[in-house]
Design a protein around this ligand. Structure first.
Ligand SMILES: Nc1nc2c(ncn2[C@@H]2O[C@H](COP(=O)(O)OP(=O)(O)OP(=O)(O)O)[C@@H](O)[C@H]2O)c(=O)[nH]1
Ligand SMILES: [Mg+2]
Length: 477
């Protein structure tokens, strides 16, 4: 069954605040009969339900005629509510017992219990918001940081949707002219020159590319920054993890191979969520099967990180490092940390830096690697200032390199996939125009691109997509 199938005519109800004990709870009722259903259980009969005007009343059990609670009732007329239908919000005292009793009563009066996301689904169906905005509500509820919720709010206000709409309008203009050109071709009339179409579509594509490039930013704001700490055993990965977190989450010892498994912990820094991942020390000469599994996991984790923090022991010759430490490393996203500098004299640091550059130069022969000074940091876990040093560098340099946190961004995989499809079809269209491909073929691809854009905002949709989007919502939303 598809989302909400056959339920359109139901008046639905649900608790919209978390189920638990608190100051108040809010129960939402939405549908054509929301006012009548609520009225049936109110003590005062024949109330006028005026939109946006709250009133106090007693909510009764209609069978026993006993009062369930004193409630504040806030009606919304159809067209003036979140769902677009008649809505009543009932604020009662925050108790699961009271909420359940009120829900039972509403159901007895003719309402149905809502399913997850059904209120937002109705808002979408009644054109109160588009699919991007519906998804942003989910992001807003689940965002882990202030910056994440800012992005979601900007999307909810329609910033991303309006960018998509601008692109769509340009494509519609081109499509209309191409189709008119097909109609008039027999009379030998040229409606628009190909050069005009090409230049218009190329400028559309440039905007498009910028929008697609924001995906990483969107993910960073929505899901946070994953930092994976890897390196040989005993270099101080777990010590650094603890310093960054400000607590003793990982076990630290001078025994090589202390950390066996992957340890994850979140922290907030400058309103962004970071996920730190401590891993088992990478070495190849161990016969311990459990440690070997740990090493495999460390290497896998590095592939999924936003930034790799590769920790090296600065007090030892760097040339003795396992080659594996540098293998399959995405150098564009690697910050080398030379730890334990407290064991070195400050005068020794430049030589260490040169040593690392030489190693990287010799190991990464196939791809010439330009060593950037921002890719290296000297640290000691003996100092608490190390936290600011590491996170500051990641934030100021690395995040700025890959994410533009001020811009509106695409944040869901679904949106990105639809937009990418639209973008690729547009490139095909431009190539077709450049090689004088028949107008019918060009129009076909341009329509495909337009459809993908319409799917992005939900102007056209398939039920499976709606199912996926709305089932992620919590009950009462
Ligand atoms: N002098 C000094 N010792 C450090 C520093 N950082 C860590 N250590 C010590 O180095 C040893 C190993 O530290 P860990 O943090 O457990 O190292 P690890 O990289 O997590 O090691 P494994 O879990 O075995 O892979 C401990 O005795 C730490 O106290 C540092 O900056 N300076
Ligand atoms: Mg460790």
């Amino acid at each position: 069954m598809n989302f909400g199938e056959g339920r359109d005519h139901f008046t639905i109800c649900s608790v919209s605040t978390p189920m638990g004990y608190g100051g108040i709870s809010v129960i939402r009722v939405s549908g054509r009969h929301a006012f009548e259903i609520t009225q049936k259980s109110l003590k005062k009969k024949n109330r006028t339900f005026e939109s946006h005007k709250a009133f106090l009343d007693e909510f009764l059990n209609t069978q026993t005629l006993k009062s369930i609670d004193e409630v504040l009732v806030l009606p919304f007329e159809a067209g003036k509510s979140f769902t677009g239908e008649r809505v009543v919000e009932i604020s009662c005292h925050g108790s699961p017992v009271i909420c359940t009793a009120i829900l039972n009563e509403l159901c007895r009066n003719g309402a149905e219990l809502a399913i997850n996301g059904e209120f937002t689904y109705r808002a979408f169906m009644n054109d109160r918001l588009d699919l991007v905005q519906a998804e942003s509500i989910l992001s807003l509820i689940h965002s882990h940081s202030e910056l994440g919720s800012e992005l979601a709010l900007r999307q909810l206000k329609g910033e991303l949707s309006s960018k998509v709409t601008q692109i769509k309008e340009d494509i519609v203009w081109c499509l209309a002219h191409i189709e008119a050109g097909i109609d008039f071709s027999e009379q030998g009339i040229t409606v628009v020159e190909d050069t005009v179409l090409i230049s218009k579509l190329e400028s559309v594509n440039a905007h498009f590319k910028d929008l697609l490039d924001t995906f990483e930013t969107g993910r960073v704001l929505k899901d946070g920054i994953v930092l994976v700490l890897s390196g040989e055993p005993n270099v101080g990965k777990s010590s650094l993890m603890n310093i960054l977190l400000g607590n003793d989450r990982s076990i630290v010892s001078d025994i090589a191979g202390t950390t066996r498994d992957v340890i994850r912990e979140d922290l907030l820094y400058k309103n962004l969520k970071f996920t730190l991942v401590d891993t088992a020390g990478i070495r190849t000469n161990s016969n311990d099967p459990i440690e070997k599994i740990g090493v495999e996991r460390s290497i896998k984790e590095r592939k999924d990180s936003f930034i790799n923090l590769v920790i090296l022991d600065a007090s030892k010759p760097l040339k003795d490092q396992e080659d594996l430490i540098f293998k399959d490393l995405n150098l564009e996203r690697t910050l080398f940390i030379l730890n334990k500098v407290d064991l070195l004299k400050p005068t020794e640091l430049p030589a260490k830096q040169a040593e690392l550059k030489a190693i990287l130069g010799s190991i990464i022969e196939e791809k010439p690697y330009i060593f950037d000074d921002n890719s290296l940091l000297f640290t000691t876990c003996k100092s608490t200032e190390t936290k600011q040093l590491v996170l500051g560098r990641v934030y100021d340099y690395w995040i700025a390199k890959f994410a533009h946190i001020e811009s509106v961004s695409v944040s869901s995989v679904r949106q990105r996939e639809e937009l990418r499809q639209a973008y690729e079809l547009l490139i095909k269209v431009i190539n077709g125009l450049n090689s004088q491909l028949g107008s019918e073929f060009i129009a076909f691809d341009l329509k495909g691109s337009l459809m993908a854009l319409q799917r992005t905002v939900g102007e056209v949709y398939d039920d499976q997509i709606l199912d996926k989007v709305f089932k992620e919502f919590c009950l009462g939303k």
